[in-house]
Design a protein around this ligand. Sequence first.
Ligand code: FES
Length: 215
Amino acid sequence: MGKTTKQLAKLSEGESLEDFVGPLGTPADIRKLGTVILVGGGVGVAPIYPQAKAYTKAGNRVISIIGARNKDLLILEDEMGKASTELYIATDDGSKGHHGFVTDIMKRILDSGEKVSRVVIIGPPIMMKVGAGVAFPYDVEILVSLNSIMVDGTGMCGGCRVTVDGKTKFTCVDGPEFDARKVDFVELMNRLAMYRGEETKAVEKYEEECRCGLH
Ligand code: FES
């Protein structure tokens, strides 16, 4: 049975999961490109971190921009600093770094005239959508890593399907990285919201069970 994020967060060192599937999909295309901007929002900083290390190892100038709602929710700051050539921070409430969005900093760098070969954006779908829109007019490749709902993770159930360049793709097999200019973000966000009612009920049930001492 799957676990909610709250359940996962409660696990202690030494506890285990029933099962774990991955890695899924195709490997990230990481090679020497020149200057790469990596943008991570919220828990999206976690998958951006290994990319920062890998792009740096491949010989790129890596400009990382990480953000969260506030400084307490910011993760991997030290690690990202070590893995990147430059690190910028943004928080929605201004408690650390730039008061605003990661995409504000990305735009500033793109506007500076520095030649940037690729932008990789990983975070909440709305952040990736907005980020892709901001970077759209610039002469730069834009990649996003999609987090659609997954069930089997092997390309059979169709749960993770997304529309890219007018074609159906399975995130678990064809992704997770796609050309942001071609992704139908509206459909992605609608599909992610499909089970919101059930998800809310599952969390409420779990919290009730916690109150009753069942967890
Ligand atoms: S999760 Fe089922 S097809 Fe991708």
